[in-house]
Structures are given as structure tokens and as C-alpha cells.
Design a protein. Structure first.
Length: 204
């Protein structure tokens, strides 16, 4: 029997309505994610966790607008509004999230000069967060991913998860996306092509 973990991506105040980088309907997934937490033995949470002045913030680049793209040493980087600053209210998990069962909270995006969408690797695709090693040491080979945002941190995490050899499912009904310049369709196709199982259990 495969050992499975539920990985809840960035279900934080800043990605929910009212937050600094609000994802439409981001808070709607909380009850479903809580059900899934209750039904899963092993739960891992990720937490976007940036120092003030992080290089992924438009405010760190004079004249740059949020949601524009710049070239970083590691490739193109979307610039975001300031969000998920370490220790801020916006960086807290949504207050309704049943987070206490989590066995691991993996923080990412804490290096000032590099962003980290994926739970596994920073945006240079080479600096590891340690999550793959943690899961392997614990004998976990099967992952279900949920959370925010479908087309950024969830998708990057899912693509790295399959690359790292994990059997990977994304529950789309327990995710919400940003959809910047068609990013949702693009990333859904990339996940499908890479062998990520995309499931939507929405009834009706
Ligand atoms: C995310 C943009 C910037 C995410 C994090 O959680 O999808 N997106 N930081
Ligand atoms: Zn971020």
C-alpha cells in the first residue's frame, strides 16, 4: 500500500479575498481542504514566506508594475504586490484552515534574491527546499496537492513532484487560480503532459 501525503499549498491570508495578492475564491476551498486533511494520514503545508523587500516584489524594482515580468539571473520572474511578509498577518494561514494536524510546514521564498513557487525547488529549478528528501525518508511516494494558486505554486509544485518520482494528483476543486495572461490553461496543459493526474470532484 502506497504511503500518501496531502500537500496544502500556500492557503494564507494574502492569497485570499482581502489579502495583498488575493486569488478569486481562494477562501472557498477551506472547508473542502479541511475535509481532505481529516481523511489523510500525513499532511504537509507550505507557507510563502518572504523577507520585506523581496526581489519578487514590484516595489523592489523602481518603476516596475505588479504583474509585469523581469529577467532575473535564473530566468523570467513575474513581479507581485508585496505579500506574505514573514510574520505578517497576511503570511498566516487562513484562520479557518485546520492546520494543527500538519506534520511539516515547509517555508519557501525566504531568500531575498530568488522566488520559490514550488514546494520542492526555488525558481532556479536547482535549489531544493528539502521536501523531496523528507518525503522519501518517510516512505511517502504518493501526493495529493491542493491550495493556491493553481497556476503558480500548485502547478510548479506538481511538475517538480512528478519529476522527483512522486505519483501526483492535483484536486482542482480544492484549488483556485490567478490566471495571468492565460497562465491557467498553460499550466493545466503542462501538468497533464507531465503526467500529473488532474481531478475535479465538483458535483453537479
Ligand atoms: C504564489 C505568486 C507569488 C502562489 C506565491 O502561492 O501561487 N504566487 N507567490
Ligand atoms: Zn510569493
Amino acid at each position: 500500500m502506497a504511503d500518501e501525503a496531502l500537500v496544502v499549498i500556500d492557503l494564507q491570508n494574502d492569497f485570499c479575498p482581502g489579502g495583498a495578492l488575493a486569488v478569486a475564491g481562494g477562501d472557498e476551498i477551506v472547508p473542502l481542504v479541511n475535509d481532505m486533511i481529516r481523511r489523510t494520514d500525513h499532511v504537509v503545508l507550505t507557507q510563502d514566506w518572504h523577507p520585506a523587500g523581496h526581489s519578487s516584489f514590484a516595489s523592489s524594482h523602481p518603476g516596475a508594475q505588479p504583474f509585469s515580468t523581469i529577467e532575473m539571473p535564473y530566468g523570467p520572474q513575474t513581479l507581485w504586490p508585496d505579500h506574505c511578509i514573514q510574520g505578517s498577518l497576511g503570511s498566516d494561514f487562513h484562520s479557518g484552515l485546520a492546520w494543527t494536524k500538519a506534520e511539516l510546514v515547509i517555508r519557501k521564498g525566504f531568500r531575498p534574491a530568488i522566488d520559490s513557487y514550488s514546494a520542492f525547488f526555488e525558481n532556479d529549478h536547482t535549489t531544493p527546499t528539502g521536501l523531496a528528501g523528507y518525503l522519501r525518508e518517510r516512505g511517502i511516494d504518493t501526493l495529493t496537492l491542493v491550495g493556491l494558486a493553481t497556476d503558480f505554486c500548485v502547478a510548479f509544485s506538481a511538475l517538480d513532484a512528478v519529476k522527483q518520482g512522486f505519483r501526483t494528483t492535483v484536486r482542482l476543486d480544492a484549488c483556485r487560480g490567478i490566471d495571468l495572461n492565460g497562465s491557467l490553461e498553460t499550466m493545466l496543459a503542462k501538468m497533464r503532459d507531465a503526467g500529473v493526474t488532474l481531478e475535479d470532484h465538483t458535483s453537479g
